[in-house]
Design a protein around this ligand. Structure first.
Ligand code: 3PG
Ligand code: MG
Length: 403
């Protein structure tokens, strides 16, 4: 069912309540909170700028961290408001509470083109509980118009992402939401083939649903990262002191069987980089071709894919027409363990294919390699991307007004 988009709304002179995902990574430097990656903010600028150009009064609401229903100073969105001011080159009013008399007064004073940012919606228990009274208090700030641009939070059925829609006249998707659904939804539903999926990251258990869903669609799935250790161990390849989910070995065997049934090529690393410790400067050693007889020795852990695997994965990337990448093959944050991740990022950048980076650490990896602008699409979602790829309905999308 297609949903209203921002362009369908008459916003001039109206107070429009906009849910954004400004849950950006931060770091404390000299006692101040510094945003280390403002991509999520930048990606919402088309929506915010459009509303300003149209003469709307834009009321932004967002969550930040997990303060669990009470005000916690370090989860205040105030510094994010300051950063937004710089990005849009226009003052951003800030309301210390997202509901109540003060917020109502601030929005009542807004002029066309103005922007207000409300304090973290998760400072109220009503947000995650999707409490209708709280949702209604949020809705009251608007003139009956709601826009959801928070793709990264669309898998949450919270008051600001879902409940609020019951108390406004029209709910539409913002431009970022629209773009995310186009690439992760439509594009992957009818992928140009061969369709290659690269799945990395640490846990099989996080990705079971996604692996199963992708077996229905993908031609080839490359498994890497610590998740691959569990699959290798399940095949009797001893992984030394590597991270293995021992309670998921049966599940890994089941997934390997399923791949065979579905005739999906399911490839695991054929060689690995081992390290004695997970820290910069640790001793490292390539495993050579791994087998049941020879792999990672005890006392050593797999920290990246090896050169033969890189060659194998690169040849798969070169043949593919659609590539989805979620999760890095190694601990790329440590320079000595980053060769596999960098090689994959470079191969994707050169590929003659639609390349979709499905959220989380692989996004950081692509940016780290300086290749973000070489990809067709990079998702701003983590959990939301995975759930969408899995074929689940996202509550934040379902709640929007049908066209
Ligand atoms: C995210 O950062 O993944 C989204 O903003 C959702 O945050 P949450 O996992 O705390 O709900
Ligand atoms: Mg999350």
């Amino acid at each position: 069912m297609s949903k209203l988009t921002l362009r369908d709304l008459e916003v001039r002179g109206k107070r429009v309540l906009v849910r954004v995902d400004f849950n950006v990574p931060t770091e404390e430097r000299d006692g101040a909170l510094v945003i280390t990656d403002d991509t999520r903010m930048r990606e919402s600028l088309p929506t915010i700028n459009y509303l300003r150009e149209q003469g709307a009064k834009t009321i932004l609401m967002a969550h930040f961290g997990r303060p669990k229903g009470r005000p916690v100073e370090k989860y205040s969105l105030r510094p994010v408001g300051v950063a937004l001011h710089n990005l849009i080159n226009h003052p951003v009013a800030f309301s210390h509470d997202c509901i109540g008399a003060d917020a109502e007064k601030i929005v009542a004073d807004m002029k066309e083109g103005d922007v207000t940012l409300l304090e973290n919606v998760r400072f109220h228990v009503g947000e995650e509980a999707n409490d209708p009274i709280f949702a209604e208090s949020l809705a009251r700030l608007s003139d009956g118009l709601y826009v959801d641009d928070a793709f990264g939070a669309a898998h949450r059925a919270h008051a600001s992402t879902a409940g609020v829609t019951r108390f406004v006249k029209q709910s539409a998707m913002g431009f970022l939401m629209e773009k995310e659904l186009k690439y992760l939804g439509d594009e992957l539903a009818q992928p140009a083939r061969p369709f290659l999926v690269i799945l990395g990251g640490s846990k099989v258990s996080d990705k079971i649903g996604v692996i199963k869903a992708l077996m229905e669609k993908a031609d080839t799935i490359l498994i890497c990262g610590a998740m691959a250790n569990t699959f290798l161990e399940a095949q009797g390849i001893h992984m030394g002191s590597s991270r293995v989910e021992r309670d998921k070995l049966d599940l890994a065997r089941e997934l390997l069987e399923l791949a065979e049934q579905k005739k999906v090529r399911f490839l695991l690393p054929i060689d690995l980089l081992g390290a004695e410790e997970i820290k910069p400067g640790a001793a490292t050693r390539h495993s050579g071709r791994i087998s049941r007889d020879y792999s990672i020795p005890d006392g050593w852990q797999a920290v990246d894919i090896g050169p033969e695997t890189i060659t194998l994965f690169k040849s798969e990337i070169a043949r593919a027409k659609t590539i989805l990448w979620n999760g890095p093959p190694g601990i790329f944050e440590i320079q000595e363990f980053s060769a596999g991740t960098e090689a994959l990022a470079e191969a994707l950048a050169e590929a003659n294919a639609t390349t979709i980076i499905g959220g989380g650490d692989s996004v950081t990896a692509v940016k780290h390699a300086g290749l973000a602008d070489k990809m067709t699409f990079i998702s701003t979602g983590g959990g939301a991307s995975l759930e969408l790829i899995e074929g689940k309905t996202l509550p934040g999308v379902a709640a929007l007004t049908d066209k």
